[in-house]
Design a protein around this ligand. Structure first.
Ligand code: GDP
Length: 478
C-alpha cells in the first residue's frame, strides 16, 4: 500500500509523498528492494510492441532500394510573430495551385502541395499549413517528424528576434535543414543584408558568403520572388536529403490535424509518408480506426489515392485522432479495431495516473519545502482587464527573495477556458480566477489533468494566500 511504499522509499533515502511521481531510477531501486524486476517502457516502445504483435512495423519502407521513388519535401514555416508566416503560406498557396483548371479554390485542411518548375522539371513541395514551431515541436514530442525542411521567415525591417532564434534552435535540434526567407523586402526600411549578418552569428551562413544556407529575399505581400523560395527549397532538399519512399506498400504516415465535423463525423488530415493510401483501406490512427470512406484534397475534391508526401483529408474514422499521432493501413477492420482499443485503454490508464498527480498550491508548498520547487507558475483570469492588471501588479510586489520565482505565464479577461487549462497542465501552473468561472469543459478537463483552479473575488485574499504559500515555506537560511 502507498504508505508502506513511502516508508520504504524513506528508508532508501528518497523523500516522497504518496501522490508524487518518482523517476525511473527510484522505481528500479524500489523494485530491487521488493525483489521485482522493473522494466521501464516508453509509450513509443509499448506501441512498437503492440504493432509488432500484429506483424506491423511503423516507420520503415518495405522492399529494397529499387522500390524507392523520389517524394516531395515536407516543409514547415517558422519564425517570429508578425514576420509574415501566415501571409507567406497564403501567397504560396494562391500563386502555385497544382496544375488545376482555373477556379480551384484551396481550402484549409492542414497541409497543401504546390508545384514549381526547377531546371525544366515539375517539382512538388508539401507545406504544413500551421505556421510556427509549436506545432512542429508538439509533433516531435509525440515522436513524430513530419518536416523535412524548415523555412525560417525573418522580416527584413525587423531582423532577428527572440522567436527567430527559438525557431532555428528547434529546427537544428530536429536536424532539419533550414532555408531562410527574408520577407517584407517591399518595405522601405528593409535591410536584408543585416538579416544575413545576424543569422551568420547563429551558424546560418549564407551561400554567397561561403556557407551552406540558402537565403531568399521575398515579399509575401507583394508576391515577390516566391518562385525563388520554392526553388531554394527544392535545391536544399536535393543537396542534403535523400527523400524517397516506396509507394507500393500499405500506407503509413502522420495525422496533421483532425476535428469533428457536424455533417461528416471525424475528419483527419493525414500526411502519407510511405505507401499509397486508398479509399476503402482499413486504417488505425492513434486510438481511432475505421475504413477510408472518402478522401479529399486541398481543393475539396474527391481523390481515390494519395501517394508519399501527399496530404489528404480522410473521412470514415470512428473517433478524432490527435495531431502528430501516426496512422497505418492494416489488413482489415477487425485488426484496426483491436489495435485502436488497446491504444485507447492505454491512453485512459495514462490519463488516470496523471490525474492523481495534482498540482495544487499545497503540493507546491510541499515540494518547495523539500527544495524541489523554486518556481510557481500562475495563469490569471479576471472579469475586467483592470482587475487582472491589479492582481498582477500586487503579485509582482510580493517580496519573495531570490530563492523563489513567481511567474505569471498567461493572463486574460473572461471565463477560464480549456486552452487555459491546457497551458496550465503543460507548464505545471495554477489558475487564478478573479470573479470569473470556468467555461465549457474546463472544469472537467482541469480535474482530469490535475490542474488546480482557485477562485477569488477579493484581490487581497488572493495575494495573501499566494504570499503565504511562497513565504511561509521558504527554505530556512543558515
Ligand atoms: P505571422 O505572425 O508571422 O503569421 O505574420 P502575418 O503573416 O500575420 O503577417 C504580419 C503582418 O505583416 C500582416 O499585417 C501582414 O500583412 C504583414 N506582411 C506579411 N508579409 C509582408 C510583406 O512581405 N510585406 C509587407 N509590407 N507586409 C507583410
Amino acid at each position: 500500500d502507498p504508505a508502506a511504499l513511502v516508508q520504504m522509499l524513506f528508508s532508501l533515502g528518497e523523500m516522497v509523498t504518496a501522490t508524487e511521481s518518482v523517476n525511473d531510477e527510484t522505481f528500479e531501486l524500489l523494485g530491487d528492494e521488493l525483489n521485482y524486476v522493473v522494466q521501464v517502457v516508453s509509450p513509443e516502445d509499448e506501441d512498437r510492441e503492440l504493432l509488432e504483435s500484429f506483424d506491423l512495423e511503423f516507420g520503415s519502407d518495405v522492399g529494397d532500394e529499387g522500390d524507392l521513388v523520389a517524394r516531395p519535401p515536407v516543409v514547415t514555416v517558422m519564425g517570429h510573430v508578425d514576420h509574415g508566416k501566415t501571409k507567406l503560406l497564403d501567397a504560396l498557396r494562391q500563386a502555385n495551385v497544382v496544375a488545376k483548371e482555373a477556379g480551384g479554390i484551396t481550402q484549409h485542411i492542414g497541409a497543401y502541395q504546390v508545384a514549381t518548375e526547377v531546371d525544366g522539371d515539375e517539382r512538388r513541395i508539401t507545406f504544413i499549413d500551421t505556421p510556427g514551431h509549436e506545432a512542429f515541436t508538439a509533433m516531435r514530442a509525440r515522436g513524430a517528424q513530419a518536416t523535412d525542411i524548415a523555412v525560417l521567415v525573418v522580416a527584413a525591417d525587423d531582423g532577428v528576434m527572440p522567436q527567430t532564434v527559438e525557431a532555428l534552435n528547434h529546427a537544428k535540434a530536429a536536424g532539419v535543414p533550414i532555408v531562410v526567407a527574408v520577407n517584407k523586402i517591399d518595405v522601405e526600411a528593409a535591410d536584408p543584408q543585416k538579416v544575413r549578418g545576424q543569422l551568420s552569428e547563429y551558424g546560418l551562413v549564407p551561400e554567397e558568403y561561403g556557407g551552406d544556407t540558402m537565403f531568399v529575399d521575398v515579399s509575401a505581400k507583394a508576391e515577390l520572388n516566391l518562385d525563388g523560395l520554392l526553388e531554394a527549397i527544392v535545391l536544399t532538399a536535393d543537396a542534403s536529403l535523400d527523400l524517397r519512399a516506396n509507394p507500393d506498400q500499405d500506407a503509413q504516415g502522420l495525422v496533421v490535424e483532425a476535428h469533428l465535423d457536424r455533417g461528416r463525423g471525424p475528419v483527419a488530415t493525414v500526411l502519407v509518408q510511405r505507401g499509397t493510401l486508398r479509399v476503402g483501406d482499413s486504417i488505425v490512427a492513434g486510438p481511432a480506426y475505421g475504413r477510408v470512406r472518402a478522401m479529399l484534397d486541398e481543393y475539396g475534391e474527391n481523390i481515390e489515392a494519395a501517394d508519399p508526401s501527399r496530404p489528404a483529408m480522410v473521412l470514415g474514422l470512428t473517433a478524432v485522432p490527435g495531431a502528430g499521432q501516426n496512422f497505418i493501413v492494416v489488413d482489415d477492420d477487425r485488426m484496426a479495431r483491436q489495435i485502436a482499443e488497446k491504444r485507447e485503454s492505454r491512453e485512459r490508464a495514462a490519463m488516470q495516473a496523471k490525474r492523481r498527480v495534482r498540482r495544487t498550491l499545497e503540493d507546491f508548498m510541499a515540494s518547495m519545502e523539500k527544495g524541489k520547487s523554486q518556481e510557481l507558475n500562475l495563469i490569471l483570469k479576471g472579469d475586467v482587464s483592470g482587475s487582472v492588471e491589479a492582481l498582477e501588479d500586487s503579485l509582482a510586489k510580493i517580496d519573495v527573495g531570490d530563492e523563489v520565482n513567481l511567474r505569471v505565464i498567461d493572463r486574460g479577461v473572461g471565463a477560464i477556458t480549456e486552452t487555459n487549462v491546457d497551458l496550465a497542465a503543460a507548464s505545471d501552473a495554477i489558475i487564478i480566477g478573479f470573479n470569473v468561472r470556468p467555461q465549457g469543459k474546463a472544469t472537467e478537463m482541469a480535474d482530469k489533468e490535475g490542474v488546480e483552479i482557485r477562485y477569488y473575488s477579493v484581490i487581497y485574499q488572493a495575494i495573501e494566500e499566494i504570499e503565504a504559500a511562497l513565504k511561509g515555506m521558504l527554505k530556512p537560511e543558515y
